[in-house]
Design a protein around this ligand. Structure first.
Ligand code: ZN
Length: 86
C-alpha cells in the first residue's frame, strides 16, 4: 500500500467531526472559553489522564498531537468542531 500524506485543508473529505457535547471551558485551567477561542485539544496530559484543554494548557501539559496522544479540533463557522490534527 502506498501511503500518501495530504495537506490539511479547511474542508476535506472524510473529515472527523466532534460528536460529543460542545466543550465550554478548558478542563485544566477552567478559564479558557473554548467557544470563543474556537480551538481545543482532546488529548492526553503528561499526568496521564485525558482532558479537553485549551491550546495554552496543551502547550504546557499536553502529551502531543497524534494517535494515542491528542486531537486538535477547530470550530467552524457552521458550528461544527472539525478535527484538524491528530
Ligand atoms: Zn486551559
Amino acid at each position: 500500500m502506498k501511503s500518501t500524506k495530504t495537506a490539511q485543508k479547511p474542508f476535506v473529505k472524510n473529515e472527523k467531526v466532534w460528536f460529543g457535547t460542545s466543550p465550554v471551558v478548558c478542563d485544566l485551567c477552567r478559564a479558557s472559553n473554548l467557544m470563543s477561542r474556537r480551538n481545543f485539544v482532546d488529548g492526553k496530559t503528561v499526568f496521564g489522564p485525558w482532558a479537553i484543554m485549551c491550546l495554552e494548557c496543551h502547550m504546557l501539559v499536553g502529551a502531543g498531537i497524534g494517535d494515542g496522544r491528542g486531537q486538535h479540533y477547530r470550530l467552524h463557522d457552521d458550528g461544527r468542531w472539525v478535527k484538524i490534527g491528530g
